[in-house]
Design a protein around this ligand. Sequence first.
Ligand code: HEC
Length: 252
Amino acid sequence: MKKTLSMLAVAAVISAATPAFASEAEVPPHQKWPHQGVFGTYDKAALQRGFQVYKEVCAACHSMKLLSYRDLTQLGYTPEQVKTVAAEYQIPDGPNDEGEMFERPGRPADRFHSPFPNDKAARAANGGALPPDMSLLSKAREHGDDYIYSILTGYEEKPAGFDLMPGLNYNKYFAGHQIAMAKPLNEGQVTYTDGTANTLEQQARDVTQFLAWASEPHMEQRKGMGLKVMIFMLAFCGIMVAAKRKLWADIH
Ligand code: HEC
């Protein structure tokens, strides 16, 4: 009893010492994603649409340095289509025989073209804030899928009395509620080649799934292997039980 009382006292002190932090970001609501769960797989059509959103919108500011164009064949693009996508970019290369750096059209083996030559240039173009590289963003944030989707759909008018710093935007789900990124996605922004309706929510869902794939391209193999191991273990267990019964059958 005494112990419980002192525990309660400690809890009271702790909660008094940490007042509800007014600007703490809201927890992003949980969404259902096709790639989650033991049997979850990537929805390739969604990944292709998500890549289109990344390419046409996010790639203006966010790099994805760990991806190569050839990785896109995993989304169902043919090697020819990948070649065409890569060739749309001018990739820095060199030095040539004269010792000079030069640019050439991208090839499938090249890493994704970065929008800025370095972090300082990226900050200078974004009011001092650095757009993070997106290769692993989905894994680097808690509840990455829900978080990214919520940031994209969480822009709102600031509540009355909220002290928004100049150049920042109000977002329900970003820590501190102020984000340097202006609302990047709007209704009807990307015209999908497969005719899917381009609502804000649809585009946000698609690009979120693309970023999930980018941060774990081998998820399906990993889950497939896990399942095979489980099936093997179950079968093995059955054999061992049968063997035990047989061996011990006469000893009673
Ligand atoms: C005009 C430049 C620009 C574009 C376009 C842009 N972003 Fe951003 N983004 C930023 C900047 C700058 C930040 C850093 C914000 C901050 O620190 O306040 C950011 C931050 C983010 C964050 C929060 C990252 C974190 O650290 O938690 C997410 C998620 C995000 N962007 C997703 C996207 C997606 C998805 C797209 C494409 C649909 C996109 N952004 C397009 C500039 C941009």
